[in-house]
Design a binder for this molecule. Structure first.
Ligand SMILES: Nc1nc2c(ncn2[C@@H]2O[C@H](COP(=O)(O)OP(=O)(O)OP(=O)(O)O)[C@@H](O)[C@H]2O)c(=O)[nH]1
Ligand SMILES: [Mg+2]
Length: 209
């Protein structure tokens, strides 16, 4: 299991030219606005307000970089799918994310967040298609699991496993993990998965800053 000893906000990126010069391994956090990305990041790092969250959902257009243990990056991508975002901003988001994913830099793991109570949205599915297409290893995390009774949550995980069986067996999806930032459920599972992905990608990058 990955032990997080330190985590700090490094920078917000709105243009790929601003990416950090230090090439470390990257763990991405992706999902629609309000799905719980920032809260999950804070819970993983055991910090109350590490991840910057804007009070207006959908307003964050930045890719936020966090330096973890001085040796890897947690990367919080801007949330998508917020209805009130003007068309032009949506196009900007799409361009930034696609440029980011296709920049030829190996992504160690992408963590795609989906609300445990819901089906994936069309944008979630598009995102997963991109991850498969660009051969990015990823995980599905079902957030806010505390909002479902245990039996319903179990069923929902099964539904996801059946629906995305092909991604799990033949594609790039390495698991489906329920998570609650309230109870901490799933935190250890997720940290184990992150640890495993770091081991698999070992040697690709410099290990320390
Ligand atoms: N009950 C419960 N609420 C949660 C959980 N995770 C997040 N929330 C709540 O969901 C809301 C949105 O969480 P954020 O972490 O700000 O969501 P986000 O994905 O970062 O949103 P954007 O930054 O707009 O993309 C907040 O009110 C959180 O308190 C969870 O595990 N359980
Ligand atoms: Mg956020």
């Amino acid at each position: 299991m990955l032990k997080i000893n330190s985590a700090e906000f490094l920078q917000g990126v709105t243009d790929l030219r601003q990416l950090p010069k230090n090439e470390l391994r990257e763990i991405l956090f992706i999902g629609r606005s309000n799905v719980g990305k920032s809260t999950l990041l804070n819970k993983l790092c055991n910090r109350k307000s590490l991840a910057r969250s804007s009070s207006t959902p959908g307003k964050t257009r930045e890719i936020n970089y966090y330096l973890v243990n001085n040796e890897l990056y947690f990367v919080d991508l801007p949330g998508y799918g917020y209805a009130k975002v003007p068309e032009q901003m949506r196009a900007g988001w799409k361009k930034l994310i696609e440029e980011f994913l296709t920049r030829g830099y190996p992504i160690t793991l992408a963590i795609q967040l989906i609300d445990a109570r819901q089906d994936p949205t069309p944008l979630d599915l598009m995102m997963m298609d991109w991850l498969e297409y660009y051969e990015v290893p990823y995980l599905l995390v079902l957030t806010k699991s505390d909002k479902l009774p245990v039996s319903k949550l179990g069923k929902q995980v099964e539904v996801y496993k059946v629906r995305f069986e092909k991604n799990l067996t033949e594609g790039f999806c390495s698991g489906i993990v329920p998570f609650s930032s309230v109870s901490g459920d799933g935190r250890n599972d997720l940290l184990k998965k992150v640890s495993a992905s770091l081991k698999n990608s070992g040697g690709h990058h410099k290990e320390a800053v």
